[in-house]
Design a protein around this ligand. Structure first.
Ligand code: SF4
Ligand code: SF4
Length: 170
């Protein structure tokens, strides 16, 4: 269980983060856990949990969060943003946290850039996967359950669709 030292907490952190582009809905989170339940990375490792990251934001665990390697595990698939009942837009939140980590010199900007490139590559792979699925719908039958579920969502969504609203809307 994670230990929390009251003197290390920065309760104003959520307001600071809410000023980052796309992060203004962070305070809407009511800890339902849906984002973690649908996250493919959380399904693979207990080290990454969107709802735990949101709890840490609310507690003000600024340094622990901004120095955490888990901040860079997200694959930017946006499932959490699609499924959140409060329109918190966790994908924008994690990008805001990453920006702060880079601004504070807590991560090498080159490494952050490589992560961005990796995400772009994954986006391209997702597009190819979707194109293949549309041309051969029976291919979904051979996928593991979580991938099959994601494939169905991708196939059902209009091409290029992203979370309900774009970062910075309101
Ligand atoms: S799904 Fe939304 S409201 Fe629920 S824990 Fe995640 S961010 Fe918070
Ligand atoms: S965008 Fe990131 S945090 Fe959200 S479901 Fe996808 S991998 Fe998980």
């Amino acid at each position: 269980m994670e230990k929390i030292r009251i003197q290390d907490l920065e309760p104003e952190f959520k307001e600071e983060l809410a000023r980052e582009p796309g992060c203004q809905h962070v305070v809407r989170c009511f800890s339902c856990g849906v984002c973690t339940a649908v996250c493919p990375v959380s399904a693979l490792t207990p080290d990454f949990s969107p709802s735990r990251i949101l709890r840490q934001i609310m507690y003000g665990m600024r340094t622990e969060l901004l120095t955490s390697p888990a901040l860079w595990y997200c694959l930017a698939c946006a499932r959490c943003s699609f499924q959140c009942p409060q329109d918190v837009r966790f994908l924008d939140i994690i990008q805001g946290l990453r920006r702060l980590a880079v601004q504070e010199g807590l991560i090498n900007p080159e490494l952050a850039d490589r992560c961005r490139q990796g995400e772009e590559l994954l986006q391209q792979l997702r597009q190819r996967f979707l194109a293949r699925l549309i041309s051969r719908p029976d291919a979904a039958d051979s996928l593991p359950p979580l991938l099959a579920e994601m494939a169905q969502e991708l196939a059902a969504a209009p091409q290029g669709q992203h979370p309900p609203k774009n970062a910075g809307d309101d």
